[in-house]
Design a binder for this molecule. Structure first.
Ligand code: GRF
Length: 214
């Protein structure tokens, strides 16, 4: 068996995606190790999840830093020695600066609650409802300097039923999200998905459209 993937997970809140990754590792479905959790919010429930599972955690609150660069420097100072194979953004509510993104090129992934490139940014459920969409979804993408803009690796879609509200979409989305990072991590372990020089390879071929996750 190949070496476990080493991971750092960045969160700001509940951390249900973090929990799904922890569970997939503890249940032996994913061969990985979470070296640390970094939260931008000291009150994040995800920090309790990390400590319950004996995972080291750090809080880096942007309010403690005079500039975006200083916040970014602190993140890099923590991330560098951890030397993770992948840095997973899972509800991390800060934008990483381009220096950090360059320092960890091909290693930073994000899960976003929309079918990118549609609905970048915040409040994606409400915006999709307000626009009368009949489906919505989740994307995992490589992080680049532009917000929610890097190549999309994997997407899952679900229907919006008449009468669905914000919470309904969130529930549908989360149900899929909690299977997506674990599945992607399996594929990264197996080498089925590889990331190099900003490109995604699926079974050694450049991915031309996101893998549909069902
Ligand atoms: C998820 O919906 C994710 O797509 C978005 O933030 C949310 C985080 O949820 N980026 P949780 O903290 O993992 O529960």
């Amino acid at each position: 068996m190949s070496n476990p993937l080493s991971l750092v997970v960045l969160i700001s809140g509940n951390g249900s995606n973090l929990q799904s990754i922890i569970d997939s590792i503890e249940q032996g479905r994913v061969n990985a190790e979470i070296k640390a959790v970094i939260s931008s919010n000291a009150q994040a429930y995800g920090l309790l999840r990390a400590s319950k599972h004996g995972i080291a955690s750090y809080v880096v609150n942007h309010r403690d830093f005079g500039s975006r660069e200083a916040f970014d420097d602190e993140l890099q100072r923590i991330l560098k020695p951890l030397d993770a194979d992948f840095i997973l953004l899972a509800g991390f509510m800060r934008i990483l600066g381009s220096a950090a993104i360059q320092a960890f090129a091909d290693k930073i992934l994000n899960i976003h609650p929309s079918l990118l490139p549609a609905y970048k940014g915040l409040n994606t459920y409400q915006r999709a409802l307000d626009s009368g969409e009949v489906e919505h979804g989740v994307s995992i993408h490589l992080v680049t300097a532009e917000l929610d803009d890097g190549p999309v690796i994997m997407q899952a879609r679900y229907p919006i039923a008449p009468g669905d509200n914000n919470e309904d979409l969130q529930q549908k989305g989360h149900k899929l999200e909690h299977r997506m990072y674990p599945q992607l991590l399996c594929w990264l372990c197996e080498g089925k998905i590889e990331i190099s020089a900003g490109q995604i390879f699926y079974e050694k071929t450049v991915l031309s459209k996101p893998v549909e996750f069902a």
